[in-house]
Design a protein around this ligand. Structure first.
Ligand code: HEM
Length: 421
């Protein structure tokens, strides 16, 4: 293994590990979002794990081959820690306060950012809770929520399926899974929306935590058949409940929104699905699995930190720098034998990550997305894109892959008033 002197935290590892002419490898911004796979191809040519600029001024590595991704995830936490207290630039206060990387990678008191026995204990509570979700009841709840959303625009013959459908549906579903009252649910949704918009963050955060604590107290007094009650029964304290509810909302809703939006786009635009899904020839599940392979809702995440000096296939990995796993690049690794077109029914992709921090609820995510898509296809006859496909754009950003908008048109439902039932 080549040894390097420990760099200072603000110094970019690319300066040492890649030829200076290569320059930094940004994985953010308009050029990256317009065609992320072009960046992944270029990075893969440099090695299995490459130095990157995660967001402006924030440096680390990105694992871009399937083998490297699986190696990192399998060796967590023995060689690679999840706990961001290993992040040297953060410790030294060098991460810009308004950095999107800070929002997504700073330590929080929940399972996502813990290692070892503490992670196992909190994770077991989540596993136990999601295992008790009644999937028939969940599908019925998603159908009801889908119908309410569709009713608001079905009479108009047009909609933006991101703003009016795929964005709100998973959040409303998760609130429902927690057994929230309408009023408490709306307070949570309102606070989360303000947090995502970056508006009034401190106040929104305080309101969100207060609402989650109120929900916990309610469910301690009157448990029901919902995820909040199952988590309480698994032994979490009030403080752990608040943080775990926030984790599940944040981990479940945005990725599922992206899967619904990108799945719908696939159904409407991919010639192998368009028409066949409507005609019942190819199931929606195939379209969703294809999207999970080549446009995963969480393309780059799972920041890890080398415990001591590590090396992988000749690449030195210094401690103190985040190593992100590119689930999107790993899925698109050309050395994989699973060819595009032969992926239906193959769940070997990394869209839900893997290892000890792998998603505890992939089947719930799939069920919500599948039900949401089927309801749209049932309710909106003649559904088609309202703009050419090249006018659809990805949201900018490193960690989440969603569309800015998905304008569609369809035959108006004349039984409904223009503003819904
Ligand atoms: C299409 C939908 C979904 C996708 C693509 C997805 C993807 C992921 C990924 C990639 C991770 C790993 C994150 C990391 O290690 O940094 C993760 C973790 C997690 N997911 Fe999901 N997820 C989805 C739906 C859900 C749902 C529906 C729930 C809960 C009801 C959920 C709960 C969680 C939790 C709690 C974690 C953290 C696990 C841990 O650190 O031990 N996810 N998910």
């Amino acid at each position: 293994m080549t040894t390097h002197p420990q760099p200072s935290a603000g110094q970019c590892p690319a300066h040492e590990q890649t030829p200076p002419t290569t320059g930094p490898n940004p994985i953010y911004g308009d050029a990256f979002s317009a065609d992320p796979h072009a960046t992944y191809r270029r990075l893969r040519a440099q090695g299995p794990i490459v130095p990157v600029e995660i967001s402006p001024g924030v440096y680390g590595y990105l694992a871009v081959t399937y083998r490297a991704a699986v190696y990192l995830l399998r060796n967590t936490p023995s060689r690679f820690a999840k706990d961001p207290r290993h992040w040297e630039a953060l410790r030294l206060g060098q991460v810009p306060a308004d950095s999107p990387a800070l929002m997504m990678m700073q330590p929080r008191d929940n399972a996502l950012w813990k290692d070892g026995p503490e992670h196992t204990r909190l994770r077991n509570a989540i596993n136990t809770a999601v295992a008790q979700v009644d999937t028939h009841a969940l599908a019925a709840a998603v159908t009801g929520i889908a119908d309410q959303l569709i009713d608001t625009f079905a009479a108009t013959g047009q909609a933006d399926m991101v703003a009016q459908y795929s964005d709100p549906l998973p959040m409303l579903t998760v609130i429902n899974m927690f057994g929230c009252s309408q009023e408490l649910g709306m307070r949570i949704v309102g606070a989360v929306t303000r947090l995502f918009d970056g508006a009034d963050v401190e106040q929104a955060n305080a309101e969100l935590e207060a609402a989650c604590l109120e929900l916990t107290h309610l469910k301690r007094r009157a448990p029901g058949r919902d995820v909040a009650s199952y988590l309480i029964a698994a032994g979490l304290t009030d403080a752990e409940m608040v943080q775990t509810i926030l984790l599940v909302i944040g981990a479940a809703a945005p990725p599922t929104s992206n899967l619904v939006g990108n799945g719908l786009r696939r159904v409407l635009t991919d010639p192998s699905f368009a028409g066949s899904v409507h005609a019942g020839v190819r199931p929606v599940t195939d379209a969703l699995e294809e999207v999970l392979w080549d446009n995963p809702p969480v393309p780059n995440y799972s920041p890890l930190y080398a415990i001591g000096q590590q090396s992988y296939e000749g690449v030195d990995l210094w401690p103190g720098y985040p190593i992100l796993v590119s689930f999107a690049a790993a899925n698109g690794d050309p050395t994989l034998v699973v060819a595009p077109g032969a992926r239906a029914g193959n769940k070997g992709h990394l869209a839900f990550s893997a290892g000890v921090h792998g998603c505890p609820a992939p089947d719930l995510g799939r069920l919500i997305a599948e039900t949401a898509l089927e309801r749209v296809l049932d309710r909106l006859p003649g559904l088609d894109l309202a703009v050419p496909e090249n006018e659809l754009h990805n949201r900018p950003g490193t960690f989440l892959a969603g569309l800015t908008a998905l304008p569609v048109r369809f035959q108006p439902d004349t039984r409904l008033a223009p503003h819904g039932r």
